[in-house]
Design a protein around this ligand. Sequence first.
Ligand code: ATP
Ligand code: MG
Length: 291
Amino acid sequence: MKAGKLAKAYRVDRGKHFRLKDFDPADTAGWQSKELAEEALIEHKDRTAALQAKLYAQDRWSLLLIFQAMDASGKDGAIKHVMSGVNPQGCQVYSFKQPSPQELQHDFLWRTTMCLPERGHIGIFNRSYYEEVLVVRVHPELLKNEQIPDELVTKHLWHERFEDIRCFEQHMARNGTVIRKFFLHLSKKEQKKRFLARLEEPEKNWKFSPGDVQERRCWDDYQNAYEDMIRNTATEGAPWYVVPADNKWFTRLVLSEVIVHTLEEMKLSYPKIDADKRKEVDAAKKQLLKE
Ligand code: ATP
Ligand code: MG
């Protein structure tokens, strides 16, 4: 498959019939190697950088990119790689870990809301409010920490959260924030390989956390939670991309293409200046040339 078509191939914008098993984590859409993908990746990065400059100057829209995945899916590396060409002044990355006591005193959208991108900016969420229907669903005992009144914790809770998220994302879209969501889809086999590399290679030891192996034991529960999350929150306005994650180079290629396409679809332009401003610009130019 040619670059240009990848963004469409992995997009899910109507979740109703979505099944995770229809997507292969090892898929490379016919691309053979990292070397061949390199050229497309560089081109995407250049185009992204040029479009980001317009996004910033225009100061109307913002772009929120959400990353969710199992451990060792290459989330951090992908974020680093894909955003390496953009101007850091117009881009913020936030990583969401276990909530702090203060965060637990608020509703589940509070902490991420504080970190939403300003107009003209790109915001990246490394994990997000989606953890509230993933890790919290797989480990429902975590809900106790959230101090929600008992009568509000019913069997409808997860579907209520899905609804709240859909409404929230629609609200953001209506106010000029374009949202794109990425699930880095890793196979269980590849996760094992990467965990073993973390244990065996001294320079990767720091990446290993014993909790990761614990969570792996809940693999199927997580896959079910991811599937249900995508079914219930993939919308035209805020689609999910199920990105194959067994080959890091391919993950990066797909991500970079989705980002560049999204920015292109936003039809960004440098702000036009009005007649008064034009007069000021001409006068300033004249003055400088006179020196
Ligand atoms: P890496 O392991 O690559 O450094 P990470 O994103 O996995 O990055 P960790 O510090 O290992 O970062 O893990 C963060 C943990 O916080 C995850 O296990 C995640 O599920 C958990 N977490 C995030 N948000 C919530 C939440 N709202 N409630 C409970 N746990 C959460
Ligand atoms: Mg981790």
